[in-house]
Design a protein around this ligand. Structure first.
Ligand code: ZN
Length: 194
């Protein structure tokens, strides 16, 4: 079955790496264990981590700027796709429509070096926490409105279903835009480093 992807909203995003969380090797210079990195889970999204290194705030910031795949430290991209027998024609079977979504989040992954201070690790934890908070709202936007896309299609007609689904997607895009405007892409939520 042919599937057409509809690319949608992009946004600043965030997330955290599970791999960061389990890093037993990191210990402070003085021998004190470093704070555990904040565990962040995004059950509805695929995480695409990118690595950053450094043992100071400025080194990490330089790495973020150099290694991030776009203009944001974290970035969420989502797609909603649909298809049904007879799609595009006046005779179709909407009840058999297949609708799905895919959410991808790119986010930084830093493994503390042996000489990283506990303060730096704590600051990074706070940053990731705020990033995760911000990104989760983008993710929830998609997950919570997805049933409305399905309903719009299955409750529509062969000629109206496409537009009805697009109308819901537009609401999702509007949420993303307004949310980023309201939060300055997460900065007002604490998503800034350093
Ligand atoms: Zn955002």
């Amino acid at each position: 079955m042919q599937t057409r992807w509809v690319l949608l909203a992009l946004c600043v995003v965030v997330v955290l790496l599970a791999a960061c969380v389990n890093n037993p090797a990191a210990t402070a210079k003085a021998g004190h264990p470093l704070p555990t990195l904040v565990p962040v889970d995004f059950p509805h999204a695929t995480v695409q981590p990118y690595d950053v290194s450094g043992s100071t705030e400025s080194e990490i910031r330089a790495q973020l700027n150099a290694n991030r795949p776009n203009d944001y430290d974290a970035y969420t991209r989502w797609y909603v796709s649909w298809d049904w027998p007879g799609r595009g024609s006046a005779e179709c079977r909407l009840a058999e429509a297949e609708v799905s979504y895919e959410i991808t989040v790119t986010f930084p992954r830093w493994t503390p070096t042996a000489d990283a201070s506990p303060e730096l690790v704590a600051k990074w934890n706070g940053y990731l926490y705020a990033l995760a908070l911000h990104e989760n709202a983008h993710i929830s936007n998609v997950v919570s409105r997805f049933p409305a896309v399905v309903a719009a299609i299955k409750g529509g007609t062969c000629l109206s279903a496409e537009d009805a689904a697009q109308a819901v997607l537009q609401q999702m895009r509007q949420f993303d835009s307004q949310y980023d405007l309201d939060t300055n892409h997460g900065r007002t939520q604490g998503a800034r480093f350093p």
